[in-house]
Design a protein around this ligand. Structure first.
Ligand SMILES: [Zn+2]
Length: 463
């Protein structure tokens, strides 16, 4: 009896030693993939693996090296598939998925003033926003977006659904001069924004933000007050900047040479500001955006669909402005697929400059990952697969007919891959979708709910 106990103890001890010497146990291993790290050296490791413990990446290395060092409580085999950082959508209005396809083929001001603002006035409510966010979250998880920057109303409701879905969000409460669903005055909106910031200031997934809509929808004092609120809590400021040519007129009426010059004159521009679109800018504006440390969100599909113009992406890149990609709201895109955004970003610059070398696949992929993280001021936490960063990553299938054969995974990610090629989505170390099955949302219920809301939207805009 005594001898048996001793032998068992010896065997257990020997196993523990082997384990301590050989392998560290971690929560999740993603193994044997084509690991596109998007790190500073642009490393692609094949076959490579990523070790994740809790919320963070603990190692990115060859499959052999990871196998020797780590044991996963859970393992995802990514053989033949790409493992890459989750996509960062730097500009959207998530609940607007419920207006998808409601009004197409219009210019921005006609579309906004005659369709979107009236539809919103009649339909936006906390319940609407929550249903819309669930639909957007489902679409984003299914198409490989792991972080999104949002501007809308009832942003605290968007935060609840974003957290429940497991996504990372930079969520900006809208500040706008006229009465809207969640605020009668800009002061109301600022008060709502402040309450929201206080509630989510230290959240692991949600970064609260203030989102003064644009210069043409806010006066100078409101813009300043919104920026001051952001600075007080050290949170981002999200704003539409120089989306259309007509916005420059507003700036000129207020005595400034351009939209960027006007905002700079207000003392508005600085680190933490994310300028969506920034299409109509000159060289001096680009220099100001760079020197103030402003991030830019380029939204090629929305800019093309609304015929807003072509953003000078090559000039931003040459000036080393932090530039990421966005989809904009689904009402002007009409989806949240960041793979499509990459493809369009690349092709739009090529055709606009008559230069096929403009915005290469590698550059587009950078803008959708580490570039977007940098534009949002989050490049130390996300945007690449590196030890110490949060475990936000996706596994992308490369076996479809249209992806065969594959000479270069980066070319394929930008020029042929679609959102529905994403197999697995992981945020903060948690698997949100595995083999196309979303674990944090009831997909059928989300779609049913969205269709129910669409009936109300249809009734609201009927005339
Ligand atoms: Zn927008």
């Amino acid at each position: 009896m005594t001898r048996t106990v001793a032998i068992v103890a010896m065997v257990a001890g020997a196993l523990a030693v082997v384990s301590a010497q050989g392998q560290r146990q971690v929560s999740l291993l993603v193994t044997n993939g084509i690991v596109v790290t998007m790190d500073g050296g642009g490393r692609v490791i094949s076959p490579g693996s990523v070790a994740i413990d809790g919320t963070d990446i603990v190692a990115v290395d060859t499959a052999d090296a990871i196998r020797q060092q780590f044991r996963g409580r859970d393992t995802i085999d990514a053989a033949g598939q790409v493992v890459m950082p989750g996509l960062v959508n730097t500009h959207t209005h998530a609940p607007m998925v419920l207006y998808r396809g409601l009004a197409d083929d219009l210019a921005l001001m006609d579309w906004l003033n005659n369709y979107m603002f009236p539809a919103e006035a009649k339909t936006v409510s906390p319940e609407f926003v929550r249903a819309g966010t669930r639909l957007a979250a489902l679409e984003m998880i299914e198409s490989g977006t792991t972080t999104f920057a949002d501007m809308y109303y009832f942003e605290e409701e968007i935060a609840k659904e974003t957290k429940a879905a497991g996504l990372r969000g930079v969520l900006g409460e809208t500040v706008i001069q006229f009465p809207v669903a969640d605020a009668k005055t800009p002061a109301d909106a600022l008060a709502r924004a402040e309450t929201f910031i206080k509630a989510y200031q230290h959240d692991p997934l949600i970064t609260p933000a203030v989102a003064p809509h644009a210069i043409y929808t806010n006066d100078g004092p409101t813009l300043k007050a919104a920026r001051e609120l952001s600075k007080k809590y050290n949170v981002p400021t999200l704003i539409h900047v120089a989306e259309t040519q007509s916005e420059a007129m507003t700036a000129r009426e207020r005595g400034a040479a351009s939209v960027v010059a006007y905002l700079d004159g207000l003392g508005f521009l600085g680190p933490g500001v994310v300028a969506a679109h920034a299409v109509w800018v000159n060289d001096a504006d680009i220099a100001i955006l760079k020197s103030r440390g402003v991030g830019v969100s380029h939204n090629p599909e929305s800019n093309m669909k609304l015929a807003s113009g072509v953003a000078p992406v090559r000039a931003y890149l040459a000036a080393d402005v932090a530039i990421g990609l966005g989809t904009d709201g689904a009402a002007s895109n009409n989806d949240l697929d960041m793979f499509e955004a990459m493809r369009m970003a690349s092709m739009l610059q090529k055709v606009a400059s008559s230069d096929p070398t403009a915005v290469s696949a590698k550059t587009a992929l950078r803008m959708a990952t580490i570039g977007g993280a940098r534009a949002l001021g989050m490049e130390r936490q996300i945007g690449s697969l590196e030890r110490g960063k949060h475990a936000d990553l996706i596994v992308v299938s490369m076996s479809a007919a249209r992806q065969t054969p594959m000479y270069d995974p980066i070319s394929h990610l930008v020029y042929v891959t679609r959102g529905d090629d994403v197999r697995t989505t992981i945020v903060n170390g948690k698997v949100l979708m595995r083999n196309r099955k979303v674990t944090t949302l009831d997909a059928a219920a989300v779609l049913k709910d969205a269709n129910m809301w669409a009936e109300k939207v249809r009734a609201a805009v009927a005339r």
